[in-house]
Design a protein around this ligand. Structure first.
Ligand code: SAM
Length: 248
């Protein structure tokens, strides 16, 4: 039986039993193999834009599934192009940048809305992805943090409820998500409310990255750099207040 890393297990745990799944950017194919071995899903599309990862996945399938590959469909292509509208209930997109995820999700919004649940694990630009999701009318039903190596990664459990709402519905969803809290998209509200034990580490890590960017911005006199430095200072201030709240 394959043993998933904490990050991949954290994602796999959010996949409802019996759902039809697509793992987009599958690379090694570990999640599809785990889904098949555990019987959690009997219909798994494993998509990747590159031939190399799909080849690697096939080798892993041979090793772990010993010929029983029924129900796993490796497909080469970009994003959700490897599935038909309504073909799967759950889509995993993990280990890619948040902006690439926005591109993938926005390419065909009707197809995106036909998926009931997304498990998203962005490597960066989490704030931009979260903002985009909420503005489109997705519901972020949960967020979790998992440790892998030196890093703490964020997993978003996102549902579409079959369609995207009107601007008024979406605004209501944003207000529900923030529940009167500070509107900043950098840190998940579910994590703050739950005082997730990994959150202080995640905030400190984000703080380090922002401080490095701010240092660079301060070296330039351009108005854009000044504006960037001001934005970062605001974010740092906000992160400090969240850290103070979750640390007590
Ligand atoms: C860093 S790996 C992540 C692998 C795995 N999902 C994980 O989280 O461990 C990213 C994978 O996404 C694939 N990829 C990049 N852009 C893609 C796209 N537009 N559509 C599908 N796959 C893509 C890459 O070929 C690569 O295999």
């Amino acid at each position: 039986m394959i043993r998933l890393s904490e990050r991949l297990q954290g994602i796999a745990d959010g996949i409802p039993v019996g759902s039809r799944v697509a793992d987009i950017g599958t690379d090694h194919g570990y999640i599809p193999i785990w889904l098949k071995q555990t019987g959690r899903s009997g219909y798994i599309v494993a998509g990747d834009i590159n031939a190399g990862p799909l080849q690697k996945m096939r080798e892993h399938m041979e090793r772990y599934l010993e010929g029983d590959e029924e129900g796993i469909y490796p497909r080469r292509g970009s994003g959700l192009q490897v599935i038909e509208k309504g073909e799967v209930d759950t889509v995993v997109i993990a280990g890619m940048g948040g902006l690439l995820m926005i591109d993938i999700l926005s390419e065909d919004l009707e197809k995106t809305a036909s998926v009931k649940r997304f498990l998203l694990q962005p490597r960066n630009a989490q704030d931009k992805l979260r903002k985009w999701l909420l503005e489109q009318g997705f519901t972020i039903i949960d967020e979790k943090l998992v440790r892998e190596g030196r890093f703490v990664w964020e997993i978003m459990v996102v549902e579409t409820k079959g369609c995207f709402g009107t601007p008024e519905d979406n605004q209501r969803k944003i207000e529900t998500y923030f529940q009167g809290g500070e509107v900043q998209y950098e840190i998940g509200q579910h994590l703050i409310r739950r005082k997730d034990p990994l959150l202080p580490d995640q905030i400190r890590w984000k703080r380090e990255i922002l401080e490095e960017i701010a240092e660079g911005a301060c070296r330039s006199d351009s108005p854009q750099a000044k504006e960037r430095a001001r934005e970062i200072a605001e974010k740092l201030d906000s992160l400090e207040r969240i850290l103070d709240y979750v640390d007590h």
